[in-house]
Design a binder for this molecule. Sequence first.
Ligand code: ZN
Ligand code: ZN
Length: 347
Amino acid sequence: MPEETVPETMRQVLVRSLEDVTLDIVPVPEPGAGEVLLRTVVAGICGSDMHAAQGSHPFIDLPYRPGHEVVARVEAVGPGVTDLPIGQRVVIEPNLTCGRCAQCRAGRYNICRELRVFGCQTPGGMADRFVIAADRLHPLPDEVSDAAAALVEPLATPVHAVRKAGPLTGRTVAVLGAGPIGLLVLVAARRAGASRIVITDLLATKRERALRMGADAALPADDPDLVAAAHAALDGPADVVFDCVTRERSLAQAIDLVTKGGQIVVVGVGASGGTSVRMDLVQDREIRIEGALMYVGEDFRAALELIRSGAVDVADMVTATFPLDQADRAFAACGDPEQVKVLITVP
Ligand SMILES: [Zn+2]
Ligand SMILES: [Zn+2]
């Protein structure tokens, strides 16, 4: 292990609030058995990071040390790690699971009873370096750029959500919200065979981007005639609705957009404290409402393959990039609703 080349301290982003994002100087962690020390290449800021910085994420407490969408290079390995060469570029799968509960044993470790997320409930990869278990790393093929690789984690969640809807071939889809997750649900649903897809958003720029990325129609989310317009665009009610917003209005729209006997997949993080839902209509129309949380390895590998195949227009998705020492500016930029994906690079 080339420890002489690793300094003793490093920079790590510390978020106390959206207005108080600083670089903390902390000791460089040492990899234990089965663990790897990595140098961060690029880290994305997620919608959940914005919720957390605003103090409104139900499961992330402030202050915290973010970075769960991370591309990095192996710098050193701990005892027992034999299959990762120094310098190997990887993307991290940030779900940290117990491996013992019923969900883990059934392969559904995204809903592990003791689930923690790297960079949410543990210090993350928005730093010069970090340590994580070797089994959380997915090696990257050379042809995938750093920026494209940073979209693998954000795409894995939509891939998982789309898989929950079952085969989409020949079925119609509505996607509520054209932020990063909504746009990537659009991509994943199209690849899964959806025949027609409408997407909604408040912002015209996001609707235009969704059209460029293959939506058949993009409608204003606050249009009072949204349901009629969407049904016209889909030639009837949607077979599946993906709610990437998860607020009272979006869920009400989802219930009115979906066909009788259809399915609503809830992808967006809901407001803490809950959201009212018309359960009378859910019962009367036999609507199935299902949550989707993160992903498992199968989804992650499928997302990597989608990125590798060029399914995502990376240049259109990544709207700003800042170096690590401007992390405060990167978080501030994310407060602008016109931004889609903001990346932090570690030069
Ligand atoms: Zn994320
Ligand atoms: Zn578990």
